[in-house]
Design a protein around this ligand. Structure first.
Ligand code: SAM
Length: 474
């Protein structure tokens, strides 16, 4: 019943295994180096002692999360978008040579077609995941009042979703901007408060004049930006900065640069990728553009209106309920003594990947606005797989410490190097090394319900959009 592809064994239920495409990642992952590190196989459930009949019998339809049904069973029988899950097994040999078999489920578990997530989440951040991802795990694996933690919180997708669902959000990120972006959205002001505060700020009161920024901004707009910066720094220094100021700073950070009139700047790259002065000069020349005048307060109010637009009284109550118990850390997530041991029910996270990220290059303007030196921020972005694994193992040890017995870690890894390296496979030995139990791998394939008949584990095909999540248990 097995079909061998390279050193992997692959089988799908109710359907013969397809030959991988020529440039398939199934083949490319079989490099000797990776094979030596963790000997992986996909095998079918038939070889694991299940019959096709049993599989069909298990394919029940749950339209709502079934809290009483074990999570793995919910996933294996998931069929909300019309297709049953593909149930595979990933076999892994740990560094010590011990074989482990990890159930692997593929389906469209959440989708862009679902009711859009809260507008409160609409903040740009490099490599952020969709709110549907943390929501999927939070709803099924935790109860209101539980602590949900993201050790690589980014823009705070997990924390915002946790708070909206009445869980206590904990987050850590080495990027100091992460707290600026996340915290204000867990304690959002009313739109009227934002409007009234914007009316109180003196947008003509500025001392600094960073002339080089005129490549992005009309002189009148730059005056307003510098005045707002001065106001926020003065309020911080005097201890007067409150949640409304905090909110205005978060929105302003997001509106600094972008590619539409909704931003303070002339046309440039999207807001999570600030360009250098020199690159912007080139963009201006090529597009024959000069920065138009923009009204900073008006743009902040407009974006605030949009972010707050679907926050009804019930959601505001959820956010406010445990607001005081939320925790935000700016430090490496491998050492977080502020988090008590055995306290966290669920971790939902996605780590820095193997790509080299130019932090200062991406964030210099945002850091300038909040008065930070971007060059002092050191992200964990090892370019080599072994170093990345060592860094992740350290983080897993710390997560194991803070996790409640029986708690879960949903660790999402994206596709890197065009799908040639599958980080979900690379991450398994790290978690096992740290003493965690790998429960399953969940692959969310947004094309799955459309292309179910030709789906393969190859992820190289253009247009596929997958999330790969390894679920560990403490
Ligand atoms: C893929 S992003 C996470 C995005 C997040 N899931 C979201 O939706 O916004 C990875 C994050 O890891 C952070 N990071 C990198 N090295 C870190 C470290 N050693 N400790 C904590 N955070 C780190 C980066 O600043 C970045 O925000």
């Amino acid at each position: 019943m097995r079909r061998i592809i390279g050193w992997q064994v692959l089988f799908f239920h109710n359907q013969p295994a397809k030959k991988p495409a020529k440039n398939s990642s199934v083949k490319s992952i079989g490099s000797t180096r990776l094979k030596r590190l963790f000997d992986f196989q996909f095998v079918d459930f038939l070889s694991a002692g299940m019959s096709t009949g049993q599989t069909t019998q298990l394919a029940l339809h749950f339209s709502q999360p079934q809290r009483k049904t074990p999570f793995a069973q919910q996933i294996s029988t998931f069929q909300e978008f019309g297709q049953p899950s593909r149930n595979l097994t990933t076999e892994v040999k740990t560094a010590g040579g011990e074989p482990r078999r990890i159930p692997t489920y593929v389906n469209e578990f959440w989708t862009a077609k679902q009711r859009a997530a809260s507008r409160l989440q609409e903040i740009s951040y490099r490599a952020c995941f969709k709110p549907q991802l943390p929501r999927f795990f939070i709803e099924r694996l935790t109860h209101p009042g539980d602590i949900v933690y993201d050790p690589f919180m980014g823009r705070g997708t997990t924390l915002v979703e946790a708070a909206l669902l009445g869980r206590i959000p904990f987050g850590c990120d080495i990027n100091p901007l992460s707290v600026f972006l996340t915290k204000p959205r867990l304690n959002p002001p009313a739109l009227e408060q934002v409007a009234s505060r914007l009316g109180e700020i003196d947008f003509a009161d500025h001392d600094e004049w960073p002339e080089e920024l005129l490549v992005f901004y009309h002189p009148e707009t730059l005056k307003q930006i510098v005045a707002l910066k001065k106001y926020l720094l003065r309020r911080t220094a005097s201890g007067q900065l409150d949640s409304v100021d905090d909110w205005i700073r978060m929105v302003a950070l997001n509106r600094l640069t972008g590619h539409s009139p909704g931003f303070f700047s002339v046309y440039t790259l999207p807001p999570n990728q600030a360009v250098s002065i020199q690159s912007q000069q080139k963009i201006n020349l090529t597009r024959n553009q000069t920065p138009p005048e923009r009204d900073v307060a008006k743009i902040i109010l407009k974006k605030s209106r949009s972010l707050l637009s679907d926050l009804d009284a019930g959601l505001r109550l959820s956010l406010a309920k445990d607001h005081g118990r939320a925790l935000f850390l700016t430090q490496p997530s491998s050492r977080t003594p502020q988090i008590p041991e055995n306290s966290v029910s669920l971790v939902v996270t996605s780590p820095p990947f193997l790509d080299i990220v130019d932090y200062a290059g991406d964030n210099w303007l945002r850091c300038w606005f909040v008065g930070l030196d971007a060059k002092t921020v050191k992200l964990t972005v090892p370019g080599k797989l072994e170093k990345w694994q060592a860094a992740m193992t350290e983080v897993f040890r710390e997560l194991h410490r803070v996790l409640k017995p029986g708690g879960h870690i949903a660790f999402e890894v994206g596709e890197v190097r065009g799908g040639k390296i599958k980080l979900e496979e690379a991450v398994l030995p790290c978690g096992i090394d740290a003493g965690l139990n790998p429960e399953l791998i969940l692959i969310n394939d947004q094309e799955f319900t459309k292309t179910a008949n030709c789906w393969g584990v190859d992820n190289n095909a253009k247009g596929t959009n997958t999330n790969r999540i390894v679920l560990f248990r403490g």
